[in-house]
Design a protein around this ligand. Structure first.
Ligand code: NDP
Ligand code: 8X3
Length: 251
């Protein structure tokens, strides 16, 4: 029987590439995001390959998260794989100049949103004593870079939550692991720089960044390991990148 995977942030970037790859592999998919039009489009396109349901909510809204998960149709209610991917950076400013609204957005989405999703889905996994949770962290969750302050804090929190989940869910046989990418060219920088396309594209100039499909590939690898194998924490960077601040241009 096909497994069911729920992907948050499926409307763009890493989440979308993962949805496309998983659809080809025949996973039943629950695809989440705020942009309804994109969700419709995904359902139309990927629905040819597999069973798809889309859920349109903001992960910051606790009631909407629980209501969406509690009201899933029966055929989608047993979630085997949760991919906690929704998230973004908002702003790139020194700590003394940062916007409190940006800080709220990053902590509410990247940390609390991930927790709400997990809290809504974990009980059925513990009941069934099976499940697999993949948390999308970042190299920003392993090291702090200039002006990254609160985004890095949010991803360090994901790193801690990933470890905590693995420890606490170990008794139930639930696999928990993180995939922590370096620079991936998605809409991430458009969001970080609030639609300033020129600033956003400069982030990826002069070297070959990762593509969202590279991360999707790795996520598929993680979920297709035999049950006794849990990829607990994986860091992946473009070859041109050695750390958050060291990127070799024109490689
Ligand atoms: P994108 O901006 O392309 O995608 C972000 C996704 O998150 C979108 O589908 C967006 O959907 C969703 N999302 C954002 N805010 C909310 C919200 N409040 N409620 C629900 N969904 C939301 O960026 P990426 O694909 O690059 O980012 C995906 C994950 O990967 C993030 O957690 C990011 O931190 C992480 N990451 C990215 C890296 C990169 O270099 N790109 C590197 C390391 C980690 P919608 O707007 O429709 O709601
Ligand atoms: C995304 C990678 O280096 O822009 O998490 O923070 S970085």
């Amino acid at each position: 029987m096909s497994k069911t995977a729920l992907i948050t942030g499926a409307t763009s970037g890493i989440g979308k590439a993962t949805a496309e790859l998983f659809a080809k592999q025949g996973y039943n998919l629950i695809l989440c995001g705020r942009r309804e039009e994109r969700l419709h489009q995904l359902k139309n396109e990927l629905g040819r390959d597999t069973a798809i349901i889309t859920l349109n909510f903001d992960v910051r809204n606790r009631e909407d998260v629980f209501s969406a998960i509690d009201n899933l149709p029966k055929e989608f209610s047993e979630i085997d794989i949760l991919i906690n991917n929704a998230g973004n950076a908002h702003g790139l400013d020194p700590i003394d100049k940062g916007s409190i609204d940006d800080w709220d957005a990053m902590l509410d989405i990247n940390v609390k949103g991930l927790l709400y999703m997990s809290k809504a889905i974990i009980p059925k996994m513990t009941e069934r004593k099976s499940g697999h949770i993949i948390n999308i962290g970042s190299t920003a969750g392993k090291e702090v870079y200039p002006n990254g302050n609160v985004y890095c804090a949010s991803k360090h929190a994901v790193d801690a939550i990933n470890q905590g989940m693995r420890i606490d869910l170990n008794a139930y046989g639930i696999r928990v692991g993180a995939v922590n990418p370096g620079l991936v060219e998605t809409e991430f920088s458009d969001v970080r720089f609030k639609g300033d396309a020129e600033k956003a594209s400069k982030v990826y100039q002069g070297f070959q960044p990762l593509k969202p499909e590279d991360i999707a590939d790795i996520i598929l690898f993680v979920v297709t390991r035999p049950y006794h194998v849990n990829i607990a924490d994986l860091v992946v960077m473009p070859t041109a990148q050695a750390s958050s601040t060291l990127v070799k241009k024109e490689l």
